[in-house]
Design a protein around this ligand. Structure first.
Ligand SMILES: *Cc1c(COP(=O)(O)O)cnc(C)c1O
Length: 223
Protein backbone atom coordinates (compact mmCIF):
# COMPACT_ATOMS: atom_id res chain seq x y z
CA UNK A 1 0.00 0.00 0.00
CA UNK A 2 1.27 3.45 -0.81
CA UNK A 3 1.38 5.93 2.03
CA UNK A 4 -0.13 9.38 1.79
CA UNK A 5 3.40 10.78 1.72
CA UNK A 6 4.35 8.63 -1.27
CA UNK A 7 1.13 9.55 -3.05
CA UNK A 8 1.62 13.29 -2.51
CA UNK A 9 5.30 13.08 -3.41
CA UNK A 10 4.54 11.31 -6.70
CA UNK A 11 1.74 13.73 -7.64
CA UNK A 12 3.80 16.79 -6.75
CA UNK A 13 6.82 15.48 -8.68
CA UNK A 14 4.67 14.84 -11.73
CA UNK A 15 3.30 18.38 -11.76
CA UNK A 16 6.71 19.93 -11.05
CA UNK A 17 8.28 18.01 -13.90
CA UNK A 18 5.57 19.05 -16.36
CA UNK A 19 5.75 22.74 -15.48
CA UNK A 20 9.52 22.95 -15.04
CA UNK A 21 10.28 24.44 -18.50
CA UNK A 22 8.00 27.38 -17.66
CA UNK A 23 9.27 27.92 -14.11
CA UNK A 24 5.98 29.27 -12.76
CA UNK A 25 5.09 29.81 -9.12
CA UNK A 26 3.20 26.66 -8.19
CA UNK A 27 0.52 27.31 -5.60
CA UNK A 28 -0.70 24.05 -4.10
CA UNK A 29 -4.39 24.49 -3.32
CA UNK A 30 -4.90 22.66 -0.04
CA UNK A 31 -8.50 23.74 0.62
CA UNK A 32 -10.61 21.07 2.35
CA UNK A 33 -7.51 18.90 2.93
CA UNK A 34 -6.11 18.37 6.43
CA UNK A 35 -3.11 20.10 7.98
CA UNK A 36 -1.24 16.79 7.88
CA UNK A 37 -1.24 16.97 4.06
CA UNK A 38 0.08 20.54 4.11
CA UNK A 39 2.84 19.44 6.50
CA UNK A 40 3.89 16.64 4.17
CA UNK A 41 3.83 18.92 1.12
CA UNK A 42 5.85 21.56 2.94
CA UNK A 43 8.41 18.91 3.93
CA UNK A 44 8.52 17.85 0.27
CA UNK A 45 9.50 21.40 -0.65
CA UNK A 46 6.20 23.04 -1.59
CA UNK A 47 5.97 26.47 0.02
CA UNK A 48 3.07 28.24 -1.69
CA UNK A 49 -0.37 27.23 -0.50
CA UNK A 50 -3.81 28.39 -1.63
CA UNK A 51 -6.99 28.46 0.42
CA UNK A 52 -10.55 29.60 -0.32
CA UNK A 53 -11.78 30.00 3.26
CA UNK A 54 -10.20 32.43 5.63
CA UNK A 55 -10.70 30.41 8.82
CA UNK A 56 -9.13 27.37 7.21
CA UNK A 57 -6.21 29.36 5.80
CA UNK A 58 -5.64 31.02 9.16
CA UNK A 59 -5.49 27.73 11.06
CA UNK A 60 -3.22 25.95 8.59
CA UNK A 61 -0.86 28.87 8.06
CA UNK A 62 -0.42 29.39 11.82
CA UNK A 63 0.48 25.75 12.29
CA UNK A 64 2.88 25.58 9.34
CA UNK A 65 4.57 28.87 10.14
CA UNK A 66 5.17 27.62 13.69
CA UNK A 67 7.07 24.66 12.25
CA UNK A 68 9.90 26.79 10.94
CA UNK A 69 10.01 26.11 7.20
CA UNK A 70 9.14 29.02 4.95
CA UNK A 71 5.64 29.20 3.52
CA UNK A 72 3.58 31.71 1.55
CA UNK A 73 -0.18 31.79 1.80
CA UNK A 74 -2.57 32.73 -0.97
CA UNK A 75 -6.20 33.66 -0.49
CA UNK A 76 -8.25 32.93 -3.59
CA UNK A 77 -11.82 32.77 -2.30
CA UNK A 78 -14.59 35.31 -2.47
CA UNK A 79 -13.78 38.37 -0.36
CA UNK A 80 -16.34 39.42 2.24
CA UNK A 81 -15.86 42.82 3.80
CA UNK A 82 -16.29 41.52 7.33
CA UNK A 83 -13.54 38.92 6.77
CA UNK A 84 -10.91 41.32 5.44
CA UNK A 85 -9.12 41.83 8.75
CA UNK A 86 -8.88 38.11 9.29
CA UNK A 87 -7.67 37.43 5.74
CA UNK A 88 -4.95 40.05 6.15
CA UNK A 89 -3.81 38.40 9.36
CA UNK A 90 -2.53 35.33 7.51
CA UNK A 91 -2.50 35.79 3.73
CA UNK A 92 0.63 36.96 1.92
CA UNK A 93 -1.20 37.37 -1.37
CA UNK A 94 -4.84 37.83 -2.42
CA UNK A 95 -5.82 36.50 -5.85
CA UNK A 96 -9.50 37.39 -5.83
CA UNK A 97 -9.62 41.17 -5.54
CA UNK A 98 -12.54 42.42 -7.64
CA UNK A 99 -14.09 45.30 -5.72
CA UNK A 100 -12.56 48.71 -5.02
CA UNK A 101 -14.52 49.01 -1.77
CA UNK A 102 -12.62 45.95 -0.56
CA UNK A 103 -9.36 47.48 -1.76
CA UNK A 104 -10.07 50.61 0.25
CA UNK A 105 -10.74 48.62 3.41
CA UNK A 106 -7.68 46.43 2.85
CA UNK A 107 -5.53 49.52 2.48
CA UNK A 108 -6.98 51.11 5.62
CA UNK A 109 -6.30 48.03 7.74
CA UNK A 110 -2.78 47.61 6.35
CA UNK A 111 -1.86 51.28 6.78
CA UNK A 112 -2.86 51.01 10.44
CA UNK A 113 -0.38 48.16 10.77
CA UNK A 114 2.30 49.63 8.49
CA UNK A 115 2.00 46.51 6.43
CA UNK A 116 1.37 45.61 2.79
CA UNK A 117 0.04 42.78 0.65
CA UNK A 118 0.47 41.39 -2.83
CA UNK A 119 -2.70 41.14 -4.89
CA UNK A 120 -4.12 40.11 -8.23
CA UNK A 121 -7.18 41.70 -9.80
CA UNK A 122 -9.62 38.99 -10.80
CA UNK A 123 -10.86 39.07 -14.37
CA UNK A 124 -14.21 37.60 -15.39
CA UNK A 125 -14.57 36.57 -19.02
CA UNK A 126 -18.35 36.22 -18.91
CA UNK A 127 -19.45 38.59 -16.13
CA UNK A 128 -20.92 35.75 -14.06
CA UNK A 129 -20.89 37.35 -10.62
CA UNK A 130 -21.21 34.03 -8.78
CA UNK A 131 -17.59 33.21 -9.63
CA UNK A 132 -16.37 36.76 -9.06
CA UNK A 133 -14.14 38.98 -11.13
CA UNK A 134 -14.35 42.21 -13.09
CA UNK A 135 -15.29 42.36 -16.75
CA UNK A 136 -12.70 43.77 -19.11
CA UNK A 137 -14.15 47.28 -19.28
CA UNK A 138 -14.04 47.62 -15.48
CA UNK A 139 -10.62 46.06 -15.12
CA UNK A 140 -8.36 48.82 -16.39
CA UNK A 141 -10.04 51.63 -14.42
CA UNK A 142 -9.88 49.44 -11.30
CA UNK A 143 -6.15 48.86 -11.77
CA UNK A 144 -5.69 52.60 -12.24
CA UNK A 145 -7.63 53.29 -9.04
CA UNK A 146 -5.53 50.79 -7.09
CA UNK A 147 -2.53 53.06 -7.59
CA UNK A 148 -3.67 55.21 -4.72
CA UNK A 149 -3.64 52.33 -2.24
CA UNK A 150 0.00 52.34 -1.26
CA UNK A 151 -0.17 49.14 0.76
CA UNK A 152 -1.49 47.02 -2.13
CA UNK A 153 1.18 45.69 -4.46
CA UNK A 154 -0.69 44.78 -7.65
CA UNK A 155 1.09 41.79 -9.21
CA UNK A 156 -1.24 41.37 -12.16
CA UNK A 157 -4.37 39.53 -13.28
CA UNK A 158 -6.06 36.39 -12.03
CA UNK A 159 -8.65 34.47 -14.00
CA UNK A 160 -10.77 31.34 -13.67
CA UNK A 161 -12.16 30.56 -17.13
CA UNK A 162 -15.91 29.82 -17.25
CA UNK A 163 -16.47 26.04 -17.08
CA UNK A 164 -18.63 26.03 -20.20
CA UNK A 165 -16.09 27.91 -22.30
CA UNK A 166 -13.72 26.16 -24.68
CA UNK A 167 -10.30 26.38 -22.93
CA UNK A 168 -8.44 27.36 -26.10
CA UNK A 169 -10.86 30.24 -26.68
CA UNK A 170 -10.82 31.33 -23.04
CA UNK A 171 -7.02 31.35 -22.89
CA UNK A 172 -6.67 33.19 -26.19
CA UNK A 173 -8.81 35.96 -24.67
CA UNK A 174 -6.92 35.90 -21.39
CA UNK A 175 -3.54 36.08 -23.16
CA UNK A 176 -4.56 39.02 -25.31
CA UNK A 177 -5.96 40.92 -22.35
CA UNK A 178 -2.93 40.07 -20.26
CA UNK A 179 -0.67 41.55 -22.95
CA UNK A 180 -2.58 44.80 -23.04
CA UNK A 181 -2.74 44.94 -19.27
CA UNK A 182 1.02 44.40 -18.94
CA UNK A 183 1.70 47.16 -21.46
CA UNK A 184 -0.50 49.56 -19.52
CA UNK A 185 0.68 48.47 -16.06
CA UNK A 186 4.29 47.33 -16.44
CA UNK A 187 4.71 46.74 -12.70
CA UNK A 188 1.81 44.26 -12.73
CA UNK A 189 2.78 41.69 -15.34
CA UNK A 190 1.97 38.47 -13.54
CA UNK A 191 -0.87 36.17 -14.53
CA UNK A 192 -2.47 33.78 -12.05
CA UNK A 193 -4.35 31.25 -14.15
CA UNK A 194 -4.53 27.50 -14.53
CA UNK A 195 -5.92 24.84 -12.23
CA UNK A 196 -5.68 21.03 -12.29
CA UNK A 197 -7.53 20.67 -15.57
CA UNK A 198 -5.88 23.42 -17.57
CA UNK A 199 -2.54 24.46 -16.11
CA UNK A 200 -0.51 23.42 -19.16
CA UNK A 201 -2.75 25.46 -21.48
CA UNK A 202 -2.50 28.35 -19.03
CA UNK A 203 1.30 28.17 -19.05
CA UNK A 204 1.31 28.13 -22.85
CA UNK A 205 -0.67 31.37 -22.65
CA UNK A 206 1.61 33.21 -20.28
CA UNK A 207 0.54 32.16 -16.77
CA UNK A 208 3.20 32.95 -14.16
CA UNK A 209 1.27 31.57 -11.17
CA UNK A 210 -0.73 28.34 -11.33
CA UNK A 211 -3.13 27.15 -8.63
CA UNK A 212 -3.27 23.36 -8.55
CA UNK A 213 -5.31 21.37 -6.03
CA UNK A 214 -6.93 18.06 -6.95
CA UNK A 215 -4.17 16.97 -9.32
CA UNK A 216 -1.83 16.85 -6.33
CA UNK A 217 -4.13 16.13 -3.38
CA UNK A 218 -6.89 14.11 -5.04
CA UNK A 219 -10.52 14.80 -5.85
CA UNK A 220 -12.39 16.85 -3.25
CA UNK A 221 -15.87 15.89 -2.05
CA UNK A 222 -16.84 19.54 -1.89
CA UNK A 223 -15.32 22.99 -2.41
C1 LIG B 1 -10.28 25.15 -5.97
C2 LIG B 1 -9.58 26.22 -6.75
C3 LIG B 1 -8.39 25.94 -7.44
C4 LIG B 1 -7.80 24.54 -7.55
O1 LIG B 1 -8.66 23.73 -8.30
P1 LIG B 1 -8.23 22.26 -8.75
O2 LIG B 1 -9.12 21.98 -9.91
O3 LIG B 1 -8.48 21.38 -7.59
O4 LIG B 1 -6.81 22.30 -9.14
C5 LIG B 1 -7.74 26.99 -8.06
N1 LIG B 1 -8.25 28.24 -8.04
C6 LIG B 1 -9.39 28.54 -7.41
C7 LIG B 1 -9.89 29.94 -7.42
C8 LIG B 1 -10.11 27.53 -6.75
O5 LIG B 1 -11.26 27.85 -6.16
Amino acid sequence: MTSRREELAANLAEVLEAVDPYSPTLIVVTKTYPLSDVEILNQLGANNFGENRSDEGFAKSQAIKAQSKSSNWHYQGEIQSKKIKEILSWADCIHSLDDLRHAEKIDRVLQENSSSIKAFLQLSLDGDSSRGGLIESDLFPAAEALNKYRSIDLLGLMCVPPVDMEPALAYAQIASLHQRFSAEFPDSKSLSAGMSGDYMIALDHGATHIRVGSKILGERDYD
